[in-house]
Design a protein around this ligand. Structure first.
Ligand code: ASP
Length: 410
C-alpha cells in the first residue's frame, strides 16, 4: 500500500466506496443504516471537521504572508497593479463561465438529496449590498471566531500591508507568520493523507443514501467542471494572448505542456512553481525581473481553476438540495469565489476547504461539500493545471506590455 501514490489510493477509495454504496443501497438498506451510523458517517464527519478546522488559520497566515510580500513598495509599481488587476479580472471571468455552464447543464438537477439536519441558512443569505458592506469587520477576533471569511480576508490583507510598511521593524512577526503558514500547510498535507479513507466513506455514504442517481449527477458535475476549465483556457487565455501579446495560443499551450504535467501530478501550484518559472523564462523568454514577481504571486493568489470549481460546486450543491439561487446570489458567488480563490493555499485540496466560504456566503449547507469531496482529488489535478496556465498567460501579457513601453521610450 505504501508504494501507491496518494492519487491512486484516493482513486481506489472512490471506486470501492462507489461499489459498496451501490450494493448497500440496492440490496442491503438495513445494513447500510448500520454501517453508515458507525462507520461511513463518523469518518465523513471527522474529515470534514478536520478540513474546517484549518480554514481560518490557514487563510489568515497565507494571506498575511502574501500581502506582506506584495505590498513591498518597490514591487507594487505599474507591473504590480497591472498583474493584480489581470489576475482578478481573469478569475471573475472564469467563475462567470463556470456559472453559465452550471446553469445550462444543471448537473445536480434530477437527483435530490435530503437537506442536512442543521438547517441551511438560506433565509438569512445576505444581499449583495450587505455582503459588500460587511467586508470590514468591527472586530477581527469575532470575525475569526465566526469564521467570517470575507472579513478575515480583509483584515489579513490590511495586516500584511501594515507589516510591509513597517519593514524590518516587524521582522519577528514576519517570521512568526511565515512559520505559522508552514505549519498550517503541513497540517493540510497530514489531513489530505487521510483522503483515501475519507473518499471511501464519503462515496459510500452519499451513494448509499441517495442511490445510483447520484453517480450520474456526479459524473455531470465533473463534466461541467472540466468543460468550464477548457472553455476558460480556450477563450479567455487565447483572447488575452492574441489580443494583448500577439502570441499564438496554440504555441502557448504546446509550450505549457511540461508545466501542466507537473501540475497534474502534484496538484499544487506551489510545488509546480519552479517548473512554471523555468518554462516562463526558457520557453517564453519572459525576463526574470517580471517572472520572479508575477509567477510566485500568481501561484499564491491567482487560481482561475479553483474559482471555477467553487462556482460549479456551489451551483451543483444548490441544485441537489433543491435550493434556488437567483441572480443576486450568483453575483455574490462570483465575488466570494474570487476572494476564496485568492485565499486558497497553493497545495492539494485547499480549494475545497475554501468552498465552505462560498457556500456559507449564499446560505447553502456546508455539508454539501461531502458530496463533491469524494471526487475532488481528480478534479484538483485539472484545476491546478488551469491555475498555473493562467499565471503564465498573465506573465506573458505583462512582459509584452513592458517590452512595448521600453521600445517606445527608446
Ligand atoms: N491544488 C490547487 C493549487 O495548488 C488549489 C486547489 O485546491 O484548488 O493550485
Amino acid at each position: 500500500m505504501k508504494k501507491l501514490s496518494l492519487t491512486t489510493k484516493i482513486l481506489i477509495g472512490i471506486i470501492l466506496g462507489l461499489i459498496v454504496g451501490v450494493i448497500l443501497n440496492l440490496f442491503l438498506p438495513e445494513l447500510f443504516k448500520l454501517l453508515n451510523n458507525y462507520l461511513f458517517d463518523p469518518i465523513s464527519v471527522l474529515f470534514i471537521k478536520a478540513i474546517k478546522m484549518v480554514v481560518v488559520p490557514l487563510v489568515f497566515f497565507s494571506l498575511v504572508a502574501g500581502a506582506a510580500g506584495i505590498a513591498d513598495p518597490k514591487k507594487l509599481g505599474r507591473i504590480g497593479i497591472k498583474t493584480i488587476v489581470l489576475y482578478i479580472l481573469t478569475t471573475a471571468i472564469a467563475i462567470t463561465f463556470a456559472l453559465i455552464l452550471a446553469n445550462l447543464i444543471e448537473p445536480g438537477v434530477g437527483t435530490s438529496i435530503e437537506k442536512p439536519a442543521e438547517k441551511p441558512k438560506i433565509e438569512t443569505a445576505p444581499s449583495m449590498k450587505d455582503t459588500l458592506l460587511n467586508i470590514i469587520p468591527e472586530n477581527p477576533v469575532s470575525a475569526m471566531a465566526n469564521a467570517d471569511m470575507l472579513q478575515i480576508i480583509f483584515f489579513a490583507l490590511l495586516f500584511g500591508i501594515g507589516m510591509a510598511l513597517l519593514g524590518n521593524k516587524v521582522d519577528q512577526v514576519r517570521q512568526f507568520i511565515d512559520q505559522g503558514n508552514e505549519i498550517m500547510l503541513r497540517l493540510v498535507t497530514i489531513i489530505m493523507a487521510c483522503a483515501p479513507y475519507a473518499a471511501f466513506a464519503l462515496m459510500a455514504r452519499a451513494i448509499g443514501q441517495a442511490g445510483i442517481d447520484l453517480i450520474g449527477s456526479m459524473a455531470w458535475y465533473m463534466i461541467t467542471l472540466i468543460l468550464a476549465l477548457i472553455v476558460h483556457m480556450g477563450i479567455t487565455y487565447s483572447a488575452l494572448l492574441s489580443l494583448f501579446a500577439k502570441y499564438n495560443p496554440i504555441q502557448f499551450f504546446k509550450k505549457m505542456g511540461r508545466a501542466i504535467e507537473v501540475a497534474f501530478t502534484t496538484s499544487s501550484s506551489a510545488a509546480t512553481l519552479p517548473v512554471t518559472m523555468d518554462v516562463a523564462e526558457k520557453d517564453f523568454h519572459i525576463p526574470k525581473s517580471i517572472s520572479s514577481f508575477v509567477l510566485p504571486l500568481g501561484a499564491t493568489i491567482n487560481m482561475d481553476g479553483t474559482a471555477i470549481m467553487q462556482g460549479v460546486a456551489a451551483l451543483f450543491i444548490a441544485q441537489l438540495y433543491g435550493i434556488p439561487l437567483g441572480l443576486e446570489e450568483q453575483l455574490v458567488i462570483i465575488l466570494t469565489a474570487t476572494l476564496a480563490s485568492i485565499g486558497t493555499a497553493a497545495v492539494p485540496g485547499a480549494g475545497l476547504i475554501m468552498l465552505t466560504m462560498v457556500l456559507q456566503s449564499v446560505g447553502l449547507p456546508v455539508e454539501g461539500i461531502a458530496i463533491v469531496l469524494g471526487v475532488d482529488r481528480l478534479l484538483d489535478m485539472s484545476r491546478t493545471a488551469t491555475n498555473i496556465t493562467g499565471d503564465v498567460c498573465v506573465a506573458i501579457v505583462v512582459a509584452k506590455g513592458e517590452k512595448d513601453k521600453e521600445e517606445q521610450v527608446a
